[in-house]
Design a protein around this ligand. Structure first.
Ligand code: 13P
Ligand code: SF4
Length: 309
């Protein structure tokens, strides 16, 4: 429970540092309460480019803070715990990209999920997030699209854009991949009228049981706008707070897999670490080498451009 004293201390530190706190839906609910903005990866990346504050504190994993730094290189970007990293971000090899380019030449685009290192982004033509991947891949002029690093989001995109030859890589999110079809069937048996809302990082068996697939924000929107009272939610448990906040007083209920999916890296962002980062200015995110920064920034900028159309 956050005390008034802590809330005012955080407000004072933010104003002293001219800092804005951006939090992903997966981080600790109390960190979300202390944030100025809470959102999905795309919303936060876009927002970071428009905020006037000189310091952005990114309460999320490192690819999110790194993307903010790439898009706003003159701002100070801080992470409450720089060790909070997304394992999937590292699951693509340069040789995979090179082999596809060699095989398909100019008729290949490399679409890189934003959950990736700056280096992987720099090998790519465009970044995507789970909220815009389908739209962006559909809009690409090339017939062949290498989708990295997430094989599950890539497979979902391929199913929605059958006119493209989507080539999959072998990366995955260990947390979403672990949500089993049996758990989903058990939830459906207990709540037969509940729509299943899934993050497309889930594996194919769980996805086959889903009624709706979307990013964290899109899942929240589907539950807020839906007519049902019960919802089965296949993503990290962190979204529960926002789901409950936005549906307060409606009687809506949210059912997550019994194994309670949590992201250990997002969980590294605690209130204590947020406060010390604001106090000391610790956890500063640097820019990668200039050639990497330039390539990664171009892929992110193309996402912002295609995502806005
Ligand atoms: P969103 O883009 O839906 O916020 O998801 C980010 C993420 O890391 C999902 O695991
Ligand atoms: Fe990465 Fe999965 Fe955590 Fe999202 S939930 S940040 S994809 S490890």
């Amino acid at each position: 429970m956050l005390t008034e004293e802590l809330r005012s201390e955080v407000a004072r530190l933010k104003s002293e540092r001219d800092a804005v706190v951006l939090a992903h839906y997966y981080v600790n609910p109390e960190v979300q309460e202390l944030a100025d903005h809470v959102g999905d990866s795309f919303a936060l990346a876009k927002l970071a480019t428009t905020l006037p504050a000189s310091t952005l504190v990114f309460a999320g994993v490192s690819f999110m803070a790194e993307s903010a730094k790439l898009l706003s290189p003159n701002k100070t970007v801080l992470m409450p715990d720089p060790a909070a990293d997304c394992p999937m971000a590292h699951m693509v090899l340069r040789k995979t990209v090179d082999a596809a380019r060699e095989r398909y030449g100019d008729d290949l685009a490399v679409a890189c999920y934003v959950n990736s290192t700056a280096e992987a982004k720099s090998w790519s033509d465009v970044c995507v997030t789970s909220s815009n991947a389908v739209k962006i891949v559909r809009a690409l002029p090339q017939a062949n699209v290498l989708f990295v690093p997430d094989r599950h989001l890539g497979r979902y995109v391929a199913s929605q854009v059958p006119e493209k030859n989507v080539i999959l890589n072998d990366g995955y999110c260990p947390i979403h991949q672990d949500i089993s079809a049996n758990e989903v069937r058990a939830l459906k048996a207990a709540h037969p009228d509940a729509p299943v809302l899934a993050h497309p990082e889930c594996g194919p068996e769980a996805m086959a049981l889903a009624d709706f697939a979307g990013s964290t924000s899109q899942i929240i929107e589907a539950a807020v706008c839906g007519a049902a009272l019960d919802y089965i939610v296949l993503t990290v448990d962190g979204v529960r707070g926002e789901l409950e906040r936005q549906t307060a007083g409606t009687g809506k209920r949210f059912h997550f897999p019994a194994t309670r999916p949590v992201c250990p890296d997002m969980d590294r962002i605690t209130v204590e670490r947020l406060v010390s980062c604001l106090r000391d200015g610790s956890g500063e995110v640097g820019l990668p080498p200039a050639d990497v920064a330039e390539g990664a920034r171009a892929a992110l900028a193309r996402m912002l451009e295609l995502g806005a159309r």
